[in-house]
Design a protein. Structure first.
Length: 279
């Protein structure tokens, strides 16, 4: 029995190490390349050599037509606006779907599910034509609205599974004590739903932050997010691509996200499993 338990523990530990390596190896190599002098960009040594911070200075510089800090600001605006709107609309939609019975409820749920399965690439051409007619190309609206359509289904389904397992007797007890529906929702249900709200907000923010395809077509140099800005980084000449500076910019964008996920990992897991079956 002890042998079986020890081998099971070894297997779990090996699996965890493999997942960590598989997930973080590209990021590790990006950081190593970012810290390496650009003359040694293609050095295959698996640890940092020829250390320098020049690549990070090049990534933040604007003398070659790059505006990394401006793009970083655009990404923050787009991601925060998308997250706020998705959570605001999603929490009320999920509450209504979980709490009330109305004609067409199944159709609404099916439409939301279908929207989450629609490929983003299929929307590029119609959105470009529509926003071109509205003169929205190069504005924040052109990137926030499509991102909401992708973040909203995930938000609704995560919150829906959570609201369904809440004891509605708490809301009814608050109503008996004189609270209105709005007060019961705001003071009783929302605090209980905080883990799910926190989780959906983080996932929506990260999903929007990493979006590239639609932003590449619908943004301009003044409103492009950081993913698009990194993709079009320019070097000293048209024949020299700034690989090292691009790696440095990627590290600057990725490190805060990894730190945020590591700090709030318990809340994320708690929110994702909050609507699970308890046994």
């Amino acid at each position: 029995m002890k042998s079986r338990i020890s081998w099971a523990a070894v297997g779990h530990f090996a699996g965890i190490l493999f997942i960590i390596f598989w997930g973080l190896a590209p990021f590790y190599w990006m950081v190593v390349t970012a810290l390496r002098h650009k003359d040694h960009t293609f050095d295959t040594t698996p640890w940092p050599t020829h250390l320098t911070l020049d690549n990070f200075r090049d990534a933040l510089a604007t003398d070659k037509g790059n505006d990394f800090l401006g793009a970083l600001t655009n990404s923050l605006v787009i991601s925060l606006a998308t997250t706020a709107l998705a959570v605001l609309v999603g929490v009320f939609t999920a509450y209504a779907l979980a709490r009330y019975e109305f004609p067409g409820k199944g159709i609404v749920t099916g439409v939301i599910l279908a929207a989450s399965m629609f490929p983003a690439i299929a929307l590029v051409t119609p959105l470009f034509q529509l926003f071109g007619d509205l003169d929205w190309i190069g504005t924040y609206r052109a990137m926030i609205i499509p991102n909401i359509s992708f973040a909203l289904p995930l938000t609704i389904y995560t919150l829906l599974s959570f609201f369904r397992q809440l004891p509605w007797e708490l809301e009814e007890a608050a109503r008996v004590d004189g609270a209105t529906k709005a007060q019961a929702f705001r003071k009783i249900l929302l605090p209980l739903a905080a883990p799910a709200l926190f989780t959906t907000a983080i996932i929506a923010f990260i999903t929007t932050w990493n979006e590239f395809m639609l932003a590449r077509q619908l943004s301009s140099t003044d409103t492009e997010p950081v993913t698009v800005a990194i993709a079009r980084f320019s070097g000293p000449s048209a024949f020299e691509y700034p690989y090292a500076a691009t790696m440095a910019a990627g590290a600057l964008v990725t490190i805060p996200l990894i730190i945020m996920v590591l700090i709030f990992q318990h809340r994320i897991v708690a929110g994702l499993t909050a609507g699970g079956v308890k046994g």
